[in-house]
Design a binder for this molecule. Structure first.
Ligand SMILES: [Zn+2]
Ligand SMILES: [Zn+2]
Length: 161
C-alpha cells in the first residue's frame, strides 16, 4: 500500500475530464475523504464526513467518480457496499469483511499468497481460456465488536436454560 504515486487529485481531475466531467469542489472533497480513510467507507460514513454537501449530491458525485475510474465500490455483505479509491491510486490490497455488520478492513496478504494468486492458478485460467488481469480476495469473518455481541447472545441463551 506504499508506492510513490502521482497526486491523487491530478489523476482524479484528468479522469473526470476524460468523461467530460468537472472536478468540482464537492468531488474533490469526496476524493479527499476517501484518500485519508483507513478503510473503505460506507455511504453513511461518507455523508457524515461530507456533512456540508447535500446527500443527493454525495450519491451523484460518487457514481460519477466511479464511472471515471477514480473510485470503486467494494461489496460487503447483503446489499451493503462501501467505497474506496481505485486500486491504481490506493495500491493493491485485500479486504476483511464482517459477515454481521458489513464492516470492511483493508489488509495486506503475505507475498507468497500474492504469488500463488497470480501464478499458482495459471493452469486453471488457461483451461478456462482466460487471460489473468488481476484478482480480488475477500476474507470473511466477524469483527471484534460483533464476535463480542454474539458471545454475549450465546451466553444469555445458555444461562436461560
Ligand atoms: Zn461486525
Ligand atoms: Zn492480491
Amino acid at each position: 500500500m506504499t508506492q510513490t504515486r502521482r497526486d491523487v487529485h491530478d489523476v482524479a481531475s484528468e479522469r473526470l475530464r476524460a468523461i467530460d466531467q468537472r472536478y468540482s469542489t464537492g468531488r474533490r472533497k469526496l476524493v479527499q475523504i476517501l484518500s485519508s480513510a483507513v478503510h473503505p467507507l460506507v455511504t453513511t460514513e461518507i455523508t457524515a464526513a461530507a456533512s456540508d454537501l447535500p446527500q443527493s449530491s454525495v450519491y451523484r458525485n460518487l457514481s460519477v467518480l466511479e464511472e471515471a475510474g477514480v473510485v470503486v465500490k467494494v461489496l460487503t455483505t447483503g446489499e451493503r457496499s462501501a467505497f474506496e479509491l481505485a486500486e491504481d491510486l490506493k495500491g493493491h490490497h485485500h479486504h476483511l469483511v464482517c459477515v454481521d455488520c458489513g464492516k470492511v478492513v483493508d489488509i495486506d496478504v503475505p507475498e507468497d499468497v500474492e504469488r500463488l494468486l497470480s501464478d499458482g492458478v495459471s493452469p486453471a485460467i488457461k483451461d478456462a481460456g482466460f487471460t489473468l488481469i488481476g484478482h480480488r480476495l475477500d476474507l470473511m469473518g466477524r469483527c471484534d465488536q460483533c464476535s463480542r455481541s454474539s458471545r454475549a447472545a450465546n451466553f444469555s441463551t445458555t444461562s436461560v436454560k
